[in-house]
Design a binder for this molecule. Structure first.
Ligand code: ADP
Ligand code: MG
Length: 727
């Protein structure tokens, strides 16, 4: 399939806004106005230009099953053609070169034997070639058709003595050429479908039905229901060993759950009431009930699938270059083929048949198919491999840029540290009780999503606490929160927030703050008109942070820590994980400015973060890596998403990108090498050494080059990122 032909034909249709074709999955994304044009019109259009429209492709597995069956059927048809083709070309060869004398009608008998197999074997290629030509689209099928039909037509003409007394019998060649081309297409399609295995595996993770608890006349009834009929809020029962069908929150029971297939997290995770479960993960030992929060199309898994699919369908910038090269390739080859013919026939005085077969060899050997496959196949495998580890790469461009990252900025809270701080100390300067202080603090924090807020609630469900009503709540990003209780305004946050509101902080409070910070705690100040208390929370460094940062240094990538937290705590934590460059006490804008500063110095910057305050930096950096357990805003802003939030995966993502890009380059090398080496050979440069490259060999070599490239891409599947090797 040639992406350019489909893209240009469909894009020109009225009502179509954009078209994007993927060579590997053999799908096209078409954005169209259904009032102007229907999807069937688009399908018809695709059919008329010589490709086959097979239907709408989506994550719905039923539909994909049909497509898969069609694919299998097409492959089977190719096998029939290949077998028939080789049988008849062998038969013809025996008749032509064996010492059979079939009398004066010899050539007519050959024609009679050839005609049907020729049409049968070459039909798909000729049809596609003719259609392409009709649309003034000079692609490889045109070249193949040229090769096949020239050899056949010349044979027919000489059979009827229309080429003088010369008998050019190329019947065997024309059929064998067609068979080899079919073989090439068969192998290519088989391998291509393997490169997108990862999606198939993800789709298979989706459950087909769920056991829903229903209440009829007050009695609880369990009922198996198709997954599409389950509604948000339904209660689902999961037994040991069962697949968890949808996303939700546990309301009863507990268990260990294996989320490895969805998030890449290898250890089973303990789940209890109010824990979230992810559709597609496996329940290990317990039985539990959960309330559905996401219906089938909206689950984390569905989102992962569509994201991986989109990424696999996107083109990295290097693809544009390759496409351009391919555009010039074919006309150039045609010219080389004609020149070769002229050289042999006119200048070197060889006979017509010989020169013609040289022409055909060159035309066929020059197929830039491998070139067209070099990038998309590697990309598909690379993106799929990353997804296996729970690393979601949004597009091909990200992969290409990730290969070049030389500076990684890491947010502290939630990225380097667990981000689930625990309450560790309250220093009370007021005449209120400590309980009252905590009640005020919790009330103001109740609407905040910041990890500090969760710490104040002991990381429990906030609804379990009875709190004051809060008016005029406001979240001041990077500083804290404020809100009024009983008409009195309270502030809770860092020093900046307090100073911004002109509240005096005494020397001894500042001292207390400093001491807390040196203990690696993050302290926030609760104040109304005066400072009431300091509340300290303590976060722990994630187990893998040190290892991840160390590996980045090994890869010659510089690191910095950027955080809104205080200088003392930040520096100590940075020291602990091996980062020397620390930017602390910055607002979201400050983080962004640092990204820009490094970029201005020519650095290719990756930003790893989890919070709302990280979103601008995630967007601006060359590769934004979002911690998947973080906020939705961050996830939306990231180019790469680490589903389980493990920092090792940030490094693994970079390593997979590097590996994939090096495979892309290797593929491009081989694709070019084949053409560059074989074109002169096909043109007859080795004939002085008695090596004649017949058109059939050309067809075989081209099939081999495509297969080489796809195999190299498939081998990528075996790659394990260095950092995950001893996991
Ligand atoms: P980080 O960059 O480390 O993720 P943030 O920018 O989210 O940190 O926050 C910076 C600082 O602002 C925190 O260390 C804390 O002092 C204060 N802060 C932010 N949000 C809150 C909140 N909801 N409650 C109290 N303090 C907050
Ligand atoms: Mg953070």
């Amino acid at each position: 399939m040639c992406s350019r032909a489909v893209t240009s034909a469909v894009s020109k249709m009225p009502g179509v806004y954009s078209t994007h074709v993927n060579l590997v999955s053999e799908t096209a994304d078409v954005l169209y106005n259904p009032k102007v044009v229907s999807i069937d019109d688009v399908g018809d259009r695709i059919n008329t230009i010589g490709y086959e429209y097979m239907g709408i492709h989506d994550n719905n597995s039923i539909n994909n099953d049909i497509l898969e069956k069609k694919h299998e059927e097409n492959q089977r048809k190719k096998i029939y053609r290949i077998v028939v083709g080789f049988f008849f070309s062998a038969l013809l060869m025996i008749l032509m070169f064996g010492n059979f004398n079939l009398g004066i009608h010899h050539s007519f008998i050959l024609l009679a034997i050839s005609i049907l197999p020729f049409v049968y074997v070459s039909y798909p290629i000729l049809k596609s070639g003719i259609n392409s030509l009709r649309h003034k689209n000079l692609n490889m099928d045109v070249m193949y058709s040229l090769g096949i039909s020239v050899s056949f037509v010349v044979s027919v003409l000489s059979t009827f003595n229309l080429l003088g007394n010369n008998h050019f019998m190329l019947y065997d060649t024309s059929i064998m050429l067609g068979s080899f081309l079919m073989l090439g297409k068969f192998l290519e399609d088989r391998a291509k479908s393997k490169t997108s295995d990862s999606i198939k595996k993800l789709v298979e993770l989706k459950a087909t039905d769920a056991t829903v608890e229903k209440f009829i006349d007050g009695k609880s009834i369990q009922q198996k229901v198709p997954i599409n009929e389950v509604l948000k809020g339904n209660i689902i029962i999961v037994k040991p060993g069962e697949k968890i069908p949808l996303d939700g929150v546990i309301i009863e029971g507990k268990s260990y759950v294996d989320e490895s297939l969805v998030t890449g997290e290898s250890k089973p995770i303990q789940k209890e009431v109010s824990s979230n479960v992810i559709g597609g993960s496996i329940n290990k030992d317990g039985t539990f009930k959960f309330k559905v929060t996401n219906t089938s199309e909206k689950t984390v898994l569905s989102q992962i699938i569509s994201m991986v699919q989109e990424a696999q369908n996107s083109n990295p910038p290097i693809q544009k270059l390759a496409d351009k090269v391919i555009t010039y390739f074919i006309p150039v080859i045609l010219i080389i083929a004609i020149i070769s013919f002229i050289v042999w026939y006119v200048l070197l005085g060889q006979d017509f048949l010989f020169s013609l077969s040289i022409f055909i060899s060159v035309v066929v050997v020059a197929c830039p198919c491998a070139l067209g496959l070099a990038i998309p196949t590697a990309l598909t495998v690379g993106v799929g491999l990353a997804a296996k580890y729970g690393i979601l790469i949004k597009d091909g461009e990200t992969l290409e840029v990730s290969d070049k990252i030389n500076h990684v900025l890491l947010d502290k809270t939630g990225t380097i540290t667990v981000g689930q701080p625990v309450l560790s100390k309250v220093i009370n300067y007021s005449d209120k009780s400590d309980e009252e202080i905590m009640l005020l603090a919790r009330s103001i924090e109740q609407y905040s999503q910041h990890p500090i807020s969760s710490a104040l609630f002991n990381n429990e469900d906030k609804k379990l606490y009875s709190l004051y009503d809060v008016d005029n709540f406001e979240n001041i990003s990077g500083k804290g929160v404020k809100g009024s209780i009983n008409n009195k305004m309270y502030y809770l946050g860092n020093k900046k927030l307090i100073y911004d509101n002109n509240i005096v902080v005494s020397e001894n409070i500042l001292n207390d703050l400093k001491n807390e910070e040196l203990e690696l705690r993050t302290s926030i100040i609760l104040a109304s008109d005066v400072v009431l208390a300091i509340i300290s929370v303590e976060d722990t460094v994630k187990v893998n942070s040190i290892k991840a940062i160390n590996e980045l240094h090994n890869m010659n990538i510089e690191t910095s820590m950027v955080t809104g937290d205080n200088e003392n705590t930040s520096k100590k934590i940075a020291e602990k994980v091996g980062i020397t460059d620390v930017v602390s006490e910055v607002l979201p804008q400050g983080k962004l400015d640092y990204v820009k500063e490094l970029q201005a110095k020519g650095k290719i910057v990756s930003f790893v973060g989890d919070g709302i305050n990280d979103a601008p930096s995630l967007t601006k950096s060359n590769v934004g890596i979002a911690i998947g357990t973080g906020t939705d805003v961050a996830i939306e802003a990231g180019d790469v998403i680490l589903v389980n939030g493990d920092l090792l995966n940030a490094v693994a993502g970079i390593q997979i990108s590097k590996k994939t890009m090096s495979r892309v380059k290797l593929n491009l090398f081989w694709a070019f090498a084949y053409n560059i080496i074989l074109i002169p050979v096909a043109a007859g440069i080795l004939i002085p050494y008695n090596i004649l490259f017949r058109p059939e060999y050309s067809a075989f070599a081209m099939a081999l080059s495509s297969v080489t490239v796809i195999t190299l891409s498939l081998l990528l599947k075996r790659y394990t990122p260095e950092i995950l090797k001893d996991e």
